[in-house]
Design a protein around this ligand. Structure first.
Ligand code: 5GP
Ligand code: MN
Ligand code: MN
Length: 332
């Protein structure tokens, strides 16, 4: 990683410089938490003209609306048309920035902070660590090199990012360094119980009922993936409307699906347009779902990936099934 160039890109900013921070579409805890935590660090350095945004509807999804620094969020159309510095968080490619990708060309310079192995290096300076458990690991690495003293508001976003991307410290990426970083963040006085309640325990009751319906029609295909099974569930826009729920509630749907013992690969297909589906894939190990997703035009990590599917639902499912490695040995 080009730390020296990244430090330089921030150090040369003058007091009147405009900095635009952006993260990927349908932002998750890592995208928003690392972006806002880093933004507060820049503010500490005296950067006054800061805006943060992401493609799509304005305003953070409900579980993240309380994050310190959320007041820096502006609708994408209001974001500086030509910032002096544009910083991108948790986005593996320009396409993940939607219409905001166009700002890269007009920005004075650009910095990419990410942890996707598939990152295309679309920034002028790229800090991409595929071994990092979250983009916030990279963000804290840069804040440290900039000499920023960590405080509780900054630590809150970075901690949310770390917990969401590691499945609350359950996934493979949870190294000793991850726990050491968590210890540093907690030492600022942030409260992990409060934070996880605000992030994970805020589902409206209507979403609980919606999950019941969606999970009730989940399908298990025991022979579909490397002999380890595929479990899939889908949710339509009509499901959301009937239960009066916003689309973001479906981000959590993969969790009760992926815990299926008989399945090595799990999948949630969320309708995002008339014949368009946002597909989430998860693997327990035998299948590299990022390869599956990249093959279908998306991306992600070995154990968590996604892509956009087009056409009728059964065709999207058939495409996924066909892209999985064939059954090779029986389920233990
Ligand atoms: P999720 O299933 O939680 O939306 O995403 C899991 C992982 O897959 C994330 O790390 C994200 O980077 C990646 N991912 C999800 N959807 C897409 C997509 O449409 N395109 C790309 N390139 N990556 C995706
Ligand atoms: Mn993300
Ligand atoms: Mn991430």
């Amino acid at each position: 990683a080009d730390w020296a160039a990244a430090v330089e890109a921030v150090r040369v900013l003058r007091a009147d410089a405009r900095v635009l921070l952006v993260c990927h579409v349908n932002p998750d805890g890592d995208a928003l938490g690392s972006m806002l935590g880093f933004a507060l660090g820049l503010r500490r350095l005296g950067v006054r003209h800061l805006q943060a945004t992401f493609p799509g509807p304005a305003g953070a999804p409900e579980p993240f609306r309380w994050l310190p620094g959320v007041e820096l969020l502006v609708p994408q159309d209001d974001a500086y048309p030509a910032p002096d510095l544009m910083i991108c968080f948790d986005a593996a490619s320009e396409s993940r920035l939607g219409d905001l990708a166009g700002r890269l060309a007009t920005a004075g310079t650009s910095l990419v902070l990410d942890h996707h192995a598939s990152n295309t290096g679309f920034g002028r300076v790229n800090l991409v660590d595929p071994h990092a458990a979250a983009t916030s690991v990279v963000a804290l690495g840069l804040l440290d090199r900039l000499g920023v003293t960590l405080d509780a508001p900054m630590a809150t976003g970075l901690y949310v990012a770390l917990t969401t991307d590691t499945g609350s410290f359950r996934f493979e990426a949870t190294t000793p360094a991850v726990h050491e970083m968590a210890a540093r963040l907690l030492a600022t006085g942030i409260r992990p119980g409060d934070i996880s309640r605000r992030v994970f325990d805020t589902r409206p009751f209507g979403a609980v009922r919606l999950f019941g319906e969606v999970l009730g029609r989940a399908t298990l295909e025991p022979e579909a993936a490397a002999g380890h099974g595929l479990v899939w569930a889908y949710a339509t826009r009509d499901d959301l409307a009937r239960h009066g729920q916003p689309a973001y509630v479906l981000e959590a749907l993969i969790d009760p699906v992926r815990c299926t013992a008989e399945a090595d690969v799990s999948c949630v297909v969320k309708q995002s347009g008339e014949a368009e589906w946002a597909v989430s894939l998860r693997s327990k190990g035998a299948v590299d779902v990022s390869r599956v997703a990249v093959g279908l035009g998306g991306g992600g990590h070995r154990f968590a990936a996604g892509f956009t599917g087009h056409g009728p639902l059964d065709e999207v499912i058939a495409t996924i099934r066909a892209a999985l490695p064939p059954p090779s040995y029986p389920h233990p």
